[in-house]
Write a protein that binds this ligand. Sequence first.
Ligand SMILES: [Mg+2]
Length: 234
Amino acid sequence: MKIAAIIMDIEGTTTGIGFVQNVLYPYSLKYIAPFLREHHEERDVMRVLVRLSEHTGIPLHNVEGLIRLLQQWIRDDEKNPELKTLQGMIWEKGYKQGLFLAHVYPDVPDVLQRWQQEERNLYVFSYGSVKAQQLFLRYSDSGDMRLLFSGYFDSAMGSRQDSATYRSIAAAIALPANNILFISDDRQELDAAAEAGMRTTWVIRPQDTSLDPERARLKTAHSVVTSFDQIHID
Ligand SMILES: [Mg+2]
C-alpha cells in the first residue's frame, strides 16, 4: 500500500528534547509575566485569557493570579491549549529577535525533501500549538522548512494517546489510515495510531532516551529506527 502522507511528531523525533526543555520552556517561564503585563489588553491575548478565566475561575482582572497559574503549568509541563497558545506568542518574539533557532536533527531535512519529491504529503502532529509548530519550522537551524509541509495538527484534534484522534486526522487529510505513516518517539502515541490503522515508525534517539533500540525492536510491532535515514517506506 503506497504511503501518501507522513505525519510526524517534533519533540524527541525531528528535534532534541533538550531544545524544548532547556531553551523554549525556560524562555516562556521567564517572559510570561512581562508579556502578559504588557499585552493582556490586546485582543488576541485577551481572547485566550477569557477562556483561561472561564476554565479556572480566576477573574480576568486578576492578571497576576493568571500569571502565577501559567508559570506553575509551565513548570509542570501541563498540556493546556491556552498555555500553548500564549507560549507560541512568547516564542515568536524570541525567534524574531534571533535569540534562538529551533533544533532539527541533521538526518531529517534531506529525508523530508526526498519524501516531498516522491509526492508524499508531510504533516506535523505535536503538543505545541499550530502557530508554535509553524514558528519552529520557519526558524529552524536547517533554514525555513515550512514549504516541506502540507499541514499541521495540534492537541485540538484530541488526545495523542487516543486512536480516535488518528482517525480524525486521517479523515481531515482525506486518506485511508493505511496510506499514512506516523512517526514518533512515544510508544503510546504509536500504539494509538496503529490501532487506527496507520503504519508506524518508532524513533528512538540515543541523545534523548536511555531506551535500547535493539531491545525495543524485539518487543514491538512498530518499525524502530534511530534516525530518519533508516526509515524505508513502501
Ligand atoms: Mg515526542
